[in-house]
Design a protein around this ligand. Structure first.
Ligand SMILES: Nc1nc2c(ncn2[C@@H]2O[C@H](COP(=O)(O)OP(=O)(O)OP(=O)(O)O)[C@@H](O)[C@H]2O)c(=O)[nH]1
Ligand SMILES: [Mg+2]
Length: 422
């Protein structure tokens, strides 16, 4: 089975907690703080590996969780950092955040490395919070939270040349004649059910060619099979548009080319700009001749290079492949996908959150504020002065004023309530 799109979940490791501890030695009654730091949680790291060519490994394993950092210990013992969890994917894999469908990473280069979920930072032990005034801090920092994502992995085959056209046009036959691929060939529509890849060897350069299931009218709205696979050809440098010259039904090659192009361009604007060579196939059949003149005219008008071939009997294939190889050298690598995922500002990563609950009542929260409250003793003058200074220096007062706070209003922080006076 060909798997090219999977949904998985990943979670990095939490940071280890900092430790609260005090030195205990014989004859030293009040030892200083000696709580060690927590270790960092493991990252979730994606690496593109040239040895892989499908996402099949993700069929059974869909959940990836990195280990947490170790907690800090007594006697200044730091917790160990957790190992990162490495996930290998084939080159050409696109990693999307599943809810927004935004692209977090485009693994189009070999051996690319991307951290997708960062491990939590290790928390500081209480030894960091000792000051001349606060010699026995009973506070240590919690380890950072892990990051968790649902991801869609999508594999875009990286072929230089894509074969497109209606079912039964002879795409697979062509691929089988010019590469060592062995696709199924038969005289009925939708013989090809999934893309096939082959390598064309030419005296200029070798290139990769992909055959996708035939397209039909309405494909861009989900008709037929080909649509699902169009994303594979988005990255190709060049399209060979194969058309049956002898169209068995009442249609003719020019109409069929137009139909396919409508579907392609409907699917993606990027395909509109992609170079196409028109390949009229089955020239060996007597019915082929009557359509050639009109097709030549159409190609001339639309600036398409035209080749007339017989894939089955190997007529014109050499010329077509040589031209293709030469043309490829003039086309730059196709665009990579732009990464557009932006990490949301969550409660976790926002330092201060200032909210107006109702008239005269405001709430301040956020990680930084809560941490400060944790190590500030508001019962003492020193502690309270520090708290006020902290609010001024971090411009929290300004933020509150922007929200409309006035003299005498109440501010709630954790379980405390304060009245504000200038
Ligand atoms: N006479 C003749 N028949 C051909 C030629 N090329 C392909 N055919 C026949 O056309 C039929 C379809 O060929 P395929 O290569 O399977 O066509 P396809 O475009 O891959 O079709 P789908 O996979 O269904 O999209 C087969 O019976 C082939 O033998 C040719 O040059 N001349
Ligand atoms: Mg086929």
């Amino acid at each position: 089975m060909f798997i090219d799109k999977v949904e998985i979940s990943v979670k990095s490791g939490a940071g280890g907690n900092g430790c609260v501890s005090f030195r205990r030695e014989k004859y030293i009654p009040n030892g200083g703080p000696d709580g060690g730091d927590g270790g960092k949680g493991g990252d979730i790291v994606f690496v593109s590996d040239t040895g892989l060519n499908s996402l099949i490994d993700f069929r059974y394993k869909k959940k990836f969780v990195a280990k947490s950092g170790e907690n800090g210990g007594k006697k200044n013992c730091s917790g160990k950092d957790a190992d990162d969890l490495i996930i290998k994917v084939p080159v050409g894999t696109i990693i999307r955040e599943a809810n927004s469908k935004k692209i977090m990473a485009d693994m189009s280069q070999p051996n690319q490395k991307r951290i997708i979920a960062k491990g939590g930072k290790g928390g500081n032990g209480n030894q960091h919070y000792a000051t001349s005034r606060r010699q026995a801090p009973r506070y240590s920092e919690q380890g950072g939270m892990p990051q968790e994502y649902k991801l869609i992995l999508e594999l875009k085959l990286i072929a230089d040349v894509g074969l497109v056209g209606m079912p039964n046009a002879g795409k697979s036959t062509l691929l089988s004649m010019v590469t060592n691929a062995k696709p199924k060939i038969a005289n009925y529509q939708f013989t090809t059910l999934a893309p096939n890849l082959g390598v064309v060897r030419s005296k200029f350069n070798d290139f990769v060619m992909a055959d996708i299931p035939g397209l039909i009218e309405g494909a861009s709205h989900g008709m037929g099979l080909g649509y699902e696979f169009l994303r594979h050809i988005e990255r190709t440098k060049l399209l060979l548009h194969v058309v049956d010259l002898a169209c068995p039904d009442a249609s003719n090659p020019v109409d069929n080319i137009k139909k396919i192009n409508n579907e392609l361009f409907e699917y993606s604007k990027a395909l509109e700009g992609k170079k196409q060579i028109i390949v009229g196939n089955k020239i060996d059949l007597p019915n082929a001749q009557k359509n050639i003149e009109e097709l030549e005219k159409f190609c001339l008008q639309n600036n398409y290079k035209l080749f007339l071939i017989s894939a089955a009997t190997n007529v014109g294939l050499n010329e077509l492949m040589l031209y293709t190889a030469k043309l490829l050298e003039t086309i730059e690598d196709t665009v990579t996908f732009s990464e557009d995922y932006v990490e949301e500002e969550t409660v976790e990563n926002k330092r201060f959150i200032v909210e107006k609950i109702c008239d005269g009542y405001f709430k301040v929260s956020g990680k930084a504020v809560e941490k400060m409250m944790g190590y500030t003793n508001l019962e003492t003058d020193e502690g309270f002065n520090f708290f006020q200074k902290y609010f001024r220096e971090n411009k929290i007062i300004d933020l509150l004023k922007e929200k409309g706070m006035q003299e005498g209003d109440t501010i709630k922080i954790l379980n405390y309530e304060f009245e504000y006076f200038e």
